[in-house]
Design a protein around this ligand. Sequence first.
Ligand SMILES: [Zn+2]
Length: 278
Amino acid sequence: MDHTARFEVHSVQKQYPEPDGIPNDAVLVLVRDGKLCIRKGSTPAIPETQSLDLPAELGRNAQYLGHRGPVPWYAIEVPDDQPVPEGRAYSGVRELVGLIPDEDLAIAGLALGIIDYDRNTRFCGRCGTATAPAGTERAKVCPSCHRVIYPRLSPAVIVLVRNNNLALMIRGKEAVPGRYSLIAGFVEPGETIEHAVHREVHEEAGITIKNIQYRASEPWPFPDSLMLGFVADYDGGEIAPDGIEIESAAWFDRDHLPDLPPKLSITRALIDDWVAAR
Ligand SMILES: [Zn+2]
């Protein structure tokens, strides 16, 4: 399946040891309350140079994202009370789709994820000591108990279940009215990815499946999911939505599809791929 993951970062590579301080040629991505600072204008842009003249203390928590070519990129969290710089605005990342280059959008997603990781790991969860960057990999170390803390990644599975010419779709309780999606859920400790696919289908729709096949994956940094996309075939049972998370589950044929999630999501890519395989 040909799927371009929206938040797959191609151009940024980490180098170690990390640069000492923020080099003068560094590019900054500013994040405030989960939103990104953009330069307004006919071609909105995210990358900022240090000519923006931010208060020096903001740089202390700068998060090294990696080098893009010879240039180091950093994410900087800006407090809510910091005035919006001249000619700038803060925008949610989803609102920037199609407005800024795809790779910049992916890096913006990375910046959000790394800022979230930094906020959640400033102190050791085991002993409470302030942590420090590991310096040799994307991790932090507790100087007291030597615990190493990596960015959290939460793997989740999403699956399109086929039954002859039909595909299984579900409506969550919180879904947009009329919209259907695919069965999905987080992988639990102690289970394989395949087991998670079987379990989610059984929990959400009450049926059993077979022939699970991996299709594509997608990082989704809100804040830390990694979606793993599958197709599978119906094996047995009657559809019975759980009634708690899932309001409705139904088989659809290609000519009578419900309202679907937007293009460019892995959900939609799995559905479009199935439709194209008519
Ligand atoms: Zn510790």
